[in-house]
Design a protein around this ligand. Structure first.
Ligand code: AMP
Ligand code: ZN
Length: 119
């Protein structure tokens, strides 16, 4: 069921402390941790603690938590001193767009030049 922990979900396991992660921020509703395979000098993932498969389902089912994820993405950028130079918040949605973990997450990327459009 949406919102319930999924036994086979890597990010639910991180929320439950069953898989380690390098946390950078935590709130009642969200966690932010460093991506294990960083694509930029700053590459942090912000996730809702509750399980939703992607950003749109999160926003539809729990809009206030979706807002928390976005606000925390901005706080990560500020903590990492990216707000002056620019950064990118990315929600890959669907396998065709590169989503590999089906628990909603925002990538916060910065600390280098970021091309537009992305590949
Ligand atoms: P996506 O491809 O958009 O679904 O993003 C999933 C991200 O999770 C990728 O950037 C992975 O590098 C990252 N990732 C996978 N396993 C872990 C882990 N154990 N800890 C932190 N990040 C992870
Ligand atoms: Zn999950």
């Amino acid at each position: 069921m949406a919102g319930e922990p999924q036994g086979d979900c890597l990010f639910c396991k991180i929320v439950q402390g069953e898989v380690p992660a390098t946390l950078v921020r935590a709130t009642e509703t969200t966690l932010a941790f460093r991506d294990i395979n960083p694509q930029a000098p700053t590459h942090v993932l912000v996730i809702p603690r509750l399980h939703y498969p992607d950003a749109a389902s999160l926003a539809a089912a729990a809009p206030s938590v979706a807002a928390d994820v976005l606000r925390e993405a901005g706080e990560v950028a500020a903590d990492e001193k990216l707000d002056g130079q620019g950064y990118r918040i990315v929600f890959n949605t669907g396998a065709g767009a590169g989503q590999t973990v089906f628990h909603a997450h925002a990538h916060v990327l910065g600390g280098r030049g970021l091309n537009w459009p992305p590949g």
